[in-house]
Design a protein. Sequence first.
Lengths: 337, 326
Amino acid sequence: MSAMLLNKEKWSEFIGKLSGKNLWAPAVQGEVKKYAPVAEGETVELDEGNTTVPPKALLFPQTETLYRFSTGKEELEFPGLDEEMVLLGVRPCDARAMALVENLFRWDFDDPYYLKRRELTTLIGLACNEPELNCFCPSMGGSPDSTEGLDILMTDLGESYLLETVTEKGKAIVEEMKDLLEEAPADALEQKEQLAKGAREKIRRGVDPDGVPEALPQLWEDPLWQRISAPCLGCGICTYLCPTCYCFDIQDEIEGSAGRRCRMWDSCMFAEYTKHTSGHNPRPTRRERTRNRINHKYSYFVDKFGVIACVGCGRCSTLCPVNIDLIDILRQVKAAQ
Amino acid sequence: MDLDKLRKTAAEVVSRDDVKYLIGWRRGTFGYRVAPHFIEDAAGVDELIFSPLCIANLANYLTLTEKLPVPRGQEADTRKVALLVKGCDSRAVAQLIVEKGIKREDVVVIGMPCPGMIDWKLLAERYPETDVAAEIGWKGEDFLLVRGEEEITIPRAEVLAEKCRLCRHPNPVLSDITIGEAVEPWAVAEDSGVAEIEAKETAERWDYWEEQFSKCIRCYSCRNACPLCYCEDCILDRLDPIWVNRAVNFSENTAFHLARAFHLAGRCVECGECERVCPVGIPLGKLNRKLARTVREEYGFEPGLDPEAEPFQASFKPDDPEEFIL
């Protein structure tokens, strides 16, 4: 892993060179922070905190055309997926989420759409110096300076950014930018370690998930699910804005003699998610749906892929309008054991 | 606010044989959050609170809670649901009764005259949330934030929720039991949010809503948080025929939001939940308040004030105005 230093005086030049590569970075739009394209000539200001909409939306768009069709035509028209993309300022939790989600998209079938996009995307991360209130990545095996899933990890050292190269893709970017970079001195690396340590100490909330995957199957009929789900609105906030939730639905949209088959995000918190054609619904209330959400992340995914499908970004806890708090749920699960 | 009296009353109500549970609020798990609290026995009242953070409209749960078929050989549970209501929440209850969404005798309404609620986001801008659930109360006209030893008075105007600034009915319009004295309605501010949009040219207005609706992620939190959006079979969930495509884009999002707004005309009680819960900040309150005002000004009708009223969209008077008919 090589470490280079980018003086902030050269930031706009750095962005200028990246913006030719289909660059996306967090931007504030009204009261929402989400990734937006950076046009040539525009600059990027990276600040603390995470985006409301996770960057999963770029690799796994909320609505995606799989192919187009029309009557009388045998060939299907597939979208060309060949544009490279660079995501800048990705938080370590969100990058780790992409690494976790890849397990699913490579599981019984290689999903060509997701994997192609993933292949074409370079992730330039930004370590968190100031974690937010509901950040709990260390509880879930991450850290504010984790490099998992990233190609380059940047750390804000004040006057400059430290760029640590993680992968070959990252190396290629650093190579292209080498005129703007200098070899990082030892004290820069030392400062980064201090910042990372400081960030870990600033994390205020957390829960040790040890024992949760084993406890969940035992708690299937436990009254805690009724208690936790009673205030639930049954909306899609916690799942749509979760970086590791990947459920989707597939629909055909037809107008006249042509149409498209597309897939779109779906949510296990919605009533019709498991509704059968017969009208029967095996998850008839919010109790079963809430139980599924937690079991999927902390039990089923663990059974299948050996890792918890949560990175501790805290979005679900922060954004739930009725204070259904994941950290609190895990504590209740542990207490009910 | 007499919390002891509230808890004592709540304990009496949940202990009644004809009451299934009581819905109130409890302190949240961090910061300025408060959670709806479902109390099944007298022990649960210890956590019950009523504070300026109790903004959520609990009337929503009257229709949100699933009613499963009764298994053969069992009897349906016909006990009442008790709930705490502020002025705006009570209007939702009244409107549900008008629409026959619920029956009056199926609910026990505990009315809480409301001195106004805090928009926690405004509060958090001034005093960031911490990992400890904050204690907040009313202090005269203002709010009082207690943090350990520290007591901070926060001027009302700084953090009062927008819907409360515009509130004309702070006292419950119906209740079986009322806790506390009626509050004096305050001078209602001009609805600057709606006025600002009305002042725009049509094209500009279109651009404004295009930007807003384009942000929508169709999580349906606005629909689900709305006490008056309770169709058992919502057109948005219909797949055959599919009325609104599931694709998330400006066109479909607009179809969704406009359908919802029109379905709420003459029904919306302006509790503001749709806007409060939106994770991407779409100002849905402006849309619904504009329709509510049209109904109020053109027809002299305000929903949710009288549980005996005729439903607005199902009633006709020979002198109804028709200026807008082209």
